[in-house]
Design a protein around this ligand. Structure first.
Ligand code: TYM
Length: 332
């Protein structure tokens, strides 16, 4: 049987964090043995919000290194840079004719960005979901491992694929957001407001590059309260978030112990945060150390990018030929 095709990407707009790990990278690593995988650094997408490219090269190296440090094997999956695959721009152009201004303006991420950068509401920002659909469709992928925040972009990619097929004939399968039979993940920020993020909330986000003491400091500062006064009370958001993080990095027995303390109103949040901090340090430190060594090995990273671009380029070229033919752009 043909292996299912997997595609996903991460923007090089800052340091990777626990949200990127549990929303995306963890699944990349699990999927690389079973599926045909294409994972990229979305450098073109980053230009919609970060036009200054002075630090871009470093960020690209960091994202590649962090992907590999988390367990991604460039010999199994294609690990590449979006801008190295020129066919992306071509498919983006065709898909732009199938995307409507009204639906693009209604996209949540677009509305958020307009609020964040009112002086740079560029057309690339508006058509961001179209470029993302092009990335996915270029490999005719069906499974897209992403976090919850990308759900709407995936719905739009399905619409564009269906519209293309309807107009020009069946070329694209429907892509779906993927997380091993479970709900998509949203890793909350430590201050109980919103999610962990590369560029906002830096003190409430745990980065894969944070050193041990910084991790401890961030966790010990997380918001708590006096604790519940009634057994089995519902949890406030900020407490639920601490349990959620504990579920991600601590042993199941540890989680159960603190849940039992919570339900019997004997919980001491100081102890819980100390435990969580140590478990978090144990989780992050090996990734940080590995990434640090890879990040500065320019020769190795160049080989990774070249090998990735070769694999991704082959698949992209095959798709773009089919697309040109389907649209009717072949005149001889
Ligand atoms: P980006 O760079 O914002 O995030 C990369 C991945 O990390 C996930 N993620 C989270 N998951 C759970 N909790 C969080 N707090 C959290 N923060 C981030 C994101 O869902 C994502 O999976 N548009 C994409 C990049 C992209 C792409 C693609 C993705 C470009 N082309 C094609 C898939 C397929 C983005 O901005 O991701």
């Amino acid at each position: 049987m043909e292996k299912a095709i997997v595609m996903s990407g991460i923007r090089p707009t800052g340091f990777l964090h626990l949200g990127n790990y549990f929303g995306a990278l963890r699944n990349y690593v699990k999927m690389q043995d079973t599926y045909t995988c294409y994972f990229m650094v979305a450098d073109l997408h980053s230009l919609t919000t970060h036009p200054d490219t002075k630090e871009l090269k470093h960020h690209v190296a960091r994202v590649l290194a962090e992907n590999i440090a988390c367990g991604l094997d460039p010999d199994k999956a294609a690990l590449y840079c979006q801008s190295h695959i020129r066919e992306t721009a071509e498919l983006y152009l065709y898909l732009n004719m199938l995307a409507y201004k009204g639906e693009l303006e209604k996209t949540t991420t677009f509305k958020d960005k307009v609020r964040l950068q009112p002086d740079n509401v560029n057309a690339g920002l508006l058509t961001y979901p179209v470029l993302q659909a092009a990335d996915i469709m270029l490999h005719r992928a069906t499974l897209v491992p992403v976090g919850k925040d990308q759900e709407q972009h995936l719905e739009m990619a399905r619409n564009f694929a269906n519209r293309f097929n309807h107009r020009y004939g069946q070329v694209f399968p429907e892509p779906h957001a993927f997380n091993f039979g479970e709900e998509l993940v949203k890793v909350p920020s430590l201050d109980g407001a919103g999610k962990m993020s590369k560029s906002e909330n830096q003190y409430a986000t745990i980065y894969l590059a944070d050193d041990d003491d910084l991790i401890r400091k961030k966790i010990m500062k997380a918001k708590t309260d006096q604790g519940p006064t009634e057994p089995n009370s519902p949890m406030p958001d900020y407490i639920e978030n601490l349990f959620l993080l504990m579920k991600l990095v601590s042993a199941p027995e540890v989680l159960q112990t603190f849940e039992a303390h919570y339900n019997s109103c004997t919980i001491r949040y100081g102890d819980m945060k100390k435990q969580l901090a140590e478990d978090m340090v144990r989780f992050v430190a090996p990734i940080r150390e590995k990434a640090e060594a890879i990040r500065t090995d320019e020769k190795y990273l160049r080989e990774v990018m070249e090998k990735g671009a070769e694999k991704a380029g082959k698949s992209a070229k095959e798709t773009i030929e089919i697309v040109r033919e389907a649209i009717g752009l072949k005149y001889y």
